[in-house]
Design a protein around this ligand. Structure first.
Ligand code: ATP
Ligand code: MG
Length: 718
């Protein structure tokens, strides 16, 4: 049952309605923050359904699962129960690749490596390519290969093109890494896009088939697409060029992941008969907030100027606040939140605190916890990265895909079975020499001369356990998982080895994973597929742990905040070397991206916004003086209230004692290269992951916020 036409088009401006009612032909919606771009996408889907477009002809692509969930919810209000495909780019590609796996050299049960799996695979490939990592780090090599994939550069082309020393090394590793992935029947996050884009390019029949099937493709946040993503949506919009994209060049913040602003700037060139709609009115923020954001972004040179206005009533000035140090910042922000709540006009869920890097949230967690304020850290990957969860998932991966060498290496001696690193190394060499998966090498352990008799026995024992588990592969997920825990005596192992800390309960996490399996079984009663479960887990991006229904203060990175809105926003540590990040200052384009990042942060706020910096901040235990961000000088003081720090030396000493732990700010890289999270991001963070986008902090954080699974959602197949 669909809602009436009026309910779809009412509450839209003329410009919005114009975009919503456009059905056939390319459409570009280009507009600033809070102007209703995402709203247009949801209403347009409802309108198309109303006009007789079949739900399975529509696909709406987003960068985070969170954005997709939100979209699904809003479309469901307007057009209940319609199986329109909505999800991230990475999930879309993952599903398509299942169908066409053999065409890119995979089996349909292929595995998706998460960041840590990819890292292990990369190390192995670097070693196999015979490269010493003294000059180029594995991270640099990974990042160069990732960039190449995002630009659809094959190993052969990269080898031809490589000039710079770093790239030459990466170009040597790239083919080895790809071969090893294929041998393991696995892909990394970038491969999801890369393989699918190449599949479309190299197989005209497949391209035409999908083009005809998915007649209406929509992309929200188009400014953050990279070349691979662009190639994918273009390829599926040739015979039926009904591609609709929305974006804001001023909010492009994924350049480091290969996003190309030209994709949006050139859209009109690529589709000369495009209908372009510009939305100018902001519905989200007060005029004061908008004025501050607007003044900031005017300092970027690489942009098309646009006017933003709002009819929203005036609000409070944006606050620019200086603190003595990071601890005072955390404490006073927590006090401010408590005060605003007591004043009766706000709830925890109204507040969001954004920072450039996850590591910066630690003192805020202390401060909020001390005051009993509920909070959540948006970081979905964290649960799945816990040792016990990762162990069990690795078993599942290996059951699903016997060629998953990374999983094998993790579980072959977990729980302990007397199989040491030397034995594992010998299995690996044998596997490499014979181009077989390590599990196959384990089966043939008696052929490996260098292995002791004892080692062969231990390895065979593991293979026996594995074969027993594998027989259960088609059971329900719950049964499989319970059987696995029992057969491996996993809980006993945890109890024996694990030091149960007050803030970390591994056995409870095992139970939580089983609950997730039960939930997944319930939602997939027919297929009960291990594949689908593992895919869902792999594609969790960092924004997924975020749930509106929780009445909690939200802490997140600026990258994760994209597309969201909150009544009250704090942006912390707006300081030189952090925002803009130290490594971005050499390069004008990167500096502009940092400015856009702050712009995204400010424009999330509906009613109230505070930017802050400290005079000193402790970095790896050292207290260092801080220079305020250059961006702060660019803001209009007329719409702002500036508050200097209350100097209070006793306070400083006292707090230092209270929080003896040292901080570790600088080590984390801005782009999460240190340990990137999935796409969702965006594998990246989307990835997956991604999307997301940022790595979990080096230490586990508040148990009340992380021992919880990101919500699983029902995703119809394309
Ligand atoms: P961003 O660039 O930050 O993603 P956006 O352009 O996607 O922003 P939306 O999130 O769609 O903007 O809309 C911002 C807010 O304004 C939402 O709360 C939305 O419901 C509201 N809004 C948009 N258009 C209208 C309208 N015509 N009438 C009332 N409210 C509106
Ligand atoms: Mg939006």
């Amino acid at each position: 049952i669909l809602c009436s036409m009026e309910s779809i088009t009412k509450n839209l401006t003329d410009a919005q309605a114009d975009a919503v009612t456009h059905i056939d032909g390319p459409l570009l919606i280009i507009a600033g923050p809070g102007s209703g771009k995402t709203r247009v996408v949801t209403h347009r889907i409802a309108h198309m359904l109303h006009q007789g477009v079949r739900p399975y002809q529509i696909a709406a692509l987003t960068f985070t699962n969170k954005a997709a969930d939100e979209m699904r919810m809003r479309v469901n209000l307007l057009a209940p129960g319609q199986p329109v495909w909505m999800g991230t780019f990475h999930r879309f590609c993952a599903q398509q690749l299942r169908r066409y796996a053999s065409m890119v050299g995979l089996n349909e049960n292929y595995s998706i490596y998460d960041m840590s799996d990819s890292k292990s695979a990369m190390k192995r490939a670097i070693a196999a390519a015979g490269i010493a990592t003294s000059h180029t780090s594995p991270e640099q090599i990974s990042s160069a290969i990732s960039k190449a994939k995002n630009r659809l550069i094959t190993p052969e082309i990269m080898q031809q093109q490589s000039g710079r020393a770093g790239d030459t090394v990466a170009a040597r590793v790239y083919p080895v890494y790809q071969q090893q992935l294929l041998l393991a029947n696995a892909v990394d996050f970038d491969d999801l896009l890369y393989h699918f884009a190449r599949l479309l390019r190299e197989n005209p029949e497949v391209r035409a088939e999908l083009d005809a099937k998915l007649k209406y493709i929509m992309v929200d946040e188009y400014q953050d697409t990279n070349l691979a993503q662009y190639a994918i949506v273009r390829a599926m919009s040739v015979d039926h060029p009904n591609l609709a994209v929305t974006g804001d060049p001023d909010q492009s913040i994924y350049g480091w992941r290969g996003a190309d602003l030209n994709n949006i700037l050139d859209f009109e060139k690529d589709y000369p008969n495009v209908k372009t709609v510009r939305l100018e009115q902001n519905y989200r923020s007060t005029p004061n907030i908008l004025a501050v954001a607007d003044q900031l972004i005017r300092h970027n040179r690489r942009r098309k100027a646009k006017e933003l206005f709002t009819e929203n009533p005036d609000g409070e000035n944006v606050i620019l606040r200086q603190y003595e140090d990071g601890y005072q910042e955390a404490d006073e922000i927590a006090d401010e939140i408590a005060a605003q709540m007591i004043a009766g006009n706000a709830e925890p869920r109204d507040f969001a605190i954004f920072c450039r890097m996850n590591a910066l949230t630690r003192s805020l967690e202390h401060a909020l916890r001390n005051r009993g304020l509920p909070y959540q850290i948006v970081n979905g990957q964290e649960f799945y990265q816990r040792k016990e969860v990762k162990d069990l998932l690795s078993y599942l991966h290996l059951i699903n895909n016997p060629a998953h060498d990374v999983a094998l290496q993790r579980v072959i001696n977990t729980p302990t079975r007397g199989i040491g690193a030397t034995t594992i190394g010998r299995l690996q060499s044998f596997a490499d020499a014979n181009r077989i998966p390590m599990l196959e090498a384990a089966r043939r352990a008696n052929e490996i001369d260098s292995l002791s008799k004892r080692a062969v026995t231990m390895v065979s024992r593991f293979v026996t356990i594995y074969d027993r588990l594998r027989k259960k592969a088609t059971a329900s997920l719950e049964d499989l998982l319970r059987y696995l825990v029992e057969e491996t005596h996993y809980v006993a192992y945890l109890e024996k080895t694990g030091i149960e800390k007050e803030d970390h309960n591994p056995v409870a996490n095992v139970d939580e994973l089983i609950s997730a399996a039960v939930e997944f079984d319930r939602m997939h009663p027919d297929d009960g597929s291990l594949d689908a479960f593992l895919e869902q887990v792999a594609l969790v991006a960092d924004t997924d742990a975020f749930e509106d229904s929780n009445n909690r203060v939200t802490l997140m990175t600026l990258h994760a905040a994209k597309g969201l809105e909150f009544p009250r926003v704090f942006v912390i540590a707006v300081e030189d070397d952090l925002l803009p990040h130290r490594r971005s200052k050499e390069d004008d384009q990167q500096l502009e991206e940092e400015r856009r990042l702050l712009f995204v942060g400010i424009t999330r706020a509906k009613q109230w916004c505070q930017l802050s910096y400290a005079k000193r901040r402790s970095v790896r235990g050292d207290i260092r003086p801080v220079i305020p961000s250059m961006f702060l000088n660019e803001l209009p003081r007329a719409d702002m209230t500036v508050q200097e720090a209350r100097a209070d030396n006793d306070f400083f000493d006292a707090v230092d004692q209270e929080y003896p732990e040292s901080w570790d700010i600088i080590q984390e890289e801005p782009d999460g290269t240190a340990a990137d999270s999935g796409p969702g991001v965006q594998l990246d963070a989307d990835p997956f992951g991604p999307d997301e986008v940022f790595e979990p902090g080096p230490e586990p954080s508040n148990p009340s916020t992380v021992d919880r699974l990101p919500s699983a959602s029902v995703i119809p197949d394309v």
